[in-house]
Ligand binder design. Structure first.
Ligand code: NAD
Length: 360
């Protein structure tokens, strides 16, 4: 029996609620496939601030680095919003990403046939959408220096720096092209090369890297057009590769194609330990009510199996289980049609775990 050590950070708000359901799914996979998953819990975000005074305690960093993959819920909430920047929950998350050198964020946005009505867009527009957004995660304007606020009065200025090296662009585009090979072999690189020098470099390097992949078709699109095309004709996209900030925005937009942010998983990879989290936040408005959709986090567990532990068949088993419960009509509130019966977080998690055990 193979043993895998997974570090787990529930975090704040609905984080611990949805993580509990993802753990159930992994345990069911373990039972069925003969793996032992050992979970080690750590603190981060608001929960860590309350317990230790800092958003990312050192033993969290050490413990996570010593595991094979990190399953992460969500952090943050109104209670910690007014702390100084370096003590905010988000500062802990950004540092953890940097510590793990997780430079690539993968965000699949898949419109399941069963949920085609849940999208705010017309079914004929979103049906069949299957996009993988590959976002650069450790560079660009979120980390570039100089940054800050300086000056006085009307001349006071806030400033950040968008900066990319060739090496950073090369590795993310190479990853996008590699992932495209297991899909429809199309990569759309999104930039703002008509205005930004950093994007001009991005485009030049992307074009060069793509020559290593003659079987993959690379196209380029300006980010403003991409934002429009995503909701106009989303099926035109297969893999989208882009920088940190554009990826942040476009992947949230892509999430809405699917109907609910509660359905979308993400994987942050590239370093020695992969970081797997749903794309939603801690949803303080519904925390503690047992109504959060756990499917994003369960789908995140599937990505953990695929990209973190290289257990492809097990990842597919989890994804088939999610589809099976949706096909049977189970819905949490966020993906239910008006008037339709809804289940809570725990019922949905139990149903997926049962499917993992029973699917042929
Ligand atoms: P959010 O994603 O937490 O919530 C946005 C909306 O989506 C809310 O109405 C919420 O109820 C709903 N929602 C989110 N997840 C859901 C789920 N699983 N099931 C059903 N509904 C769901 O975003 P927000 O409200 O902008 O942020 C809330 C807090 O989360 C903030 O403190 C923010 O900083 C933090 N946040 C953390 C992360 C992270 O940990 N990676 C990401 C985004 C936001």
């Amino acid at each position: 029996m193979a043993t895998y050590t997974i570090s787990v950070i529930g975090g704040d708000g609905i984080g611990p609620e949805v993580i509990a359901e993802a753990r159930k799914a992994l345990l069911a996979v373990g039972e069925r496939c003969g793996h032992a998953f050992v979970f080690r819990e750590y603190l981060a975000g608001g929960a860590a601030i309350d317990a230790t005074g800092v958003p990312l305690p050192e033993d969290t960093v050490r413990g996570v680095k010593d595991s094979q993959a990190l399953l992460f819920g969500a952090i943050g909430g109104p209670r910690w919003e007014n702390l100084p920047h370096h003590l905010k929950p988000e500062a802990g998350l950004l540092r953890l990403r940097r510590e793990l050198d997780a430079w690539a964020n993968l965000r699949p946005a898949i419109v399941f046939d069963e949920l085609v009505e849940a999208s705010t867009l017309k079914p004929e527009v979103v049906r069949g959408t299957d996009i993988l957004v590959v976002r650069e995660l450790t560079g660009g304007i979120y980390f570039g220096t100089p940054r800050g606020i300086s000056g006085e009065g009307a001349e006071r200025r806030g400033f950040n720096t968008e900066v990319y090296s060739e090496r950073e662009v090369e590795r993310i585009v190479r990853l996008a092209c590699t992932l495209a090979r297991a899909r429809r072999r199309q990569v759309c690189s999104v930039d703002k090369a008509n205005v930004l020098e950093s994007s001009q470099l991005w485009r030049e390097v992307a074009t060069r890297v793509a020559r290593e992949f003659p079987d993959v078709r690379l196209t380029h699109m300006y980010v403003d057009n991409a934002a429009m095309q995503l909701i106009r004709a989303p099926r035109q996209f297969d893999v989208v590769v882009t920088n940190n900030m554009f990826g942040d925005i476009l992947s949230d937009e892509a999430s809405q194609l699917t109907g609910s942010i509660g359905m979308l998983a993400s994987a942050s990879i590239g370093g020695p330990v992969g970081f797997f989290e749903p794309i939603h936040g801690s949803a303080p408005d519904i925390a503690g009510q047992g109504i959060a959709n756990p499917l994003a986090t369960i789908a995140t567990a599937a990505l953990l199996l695929r990209h973190g532990l290289r257990l492809e068949a097990e990842a597919q088993l989890v994804e088939r289980a999610i589809r099976a419960v949706l096909a049977e009509g189970l819905r949490t509130r966020d993906i239910a049609q008006p008037g339709c019966a809804v289940v809570g977080t725990r019922e949905m998690g139990d149903a997926v775990a049962a499917k993992i055990r029973s699917l042929p």
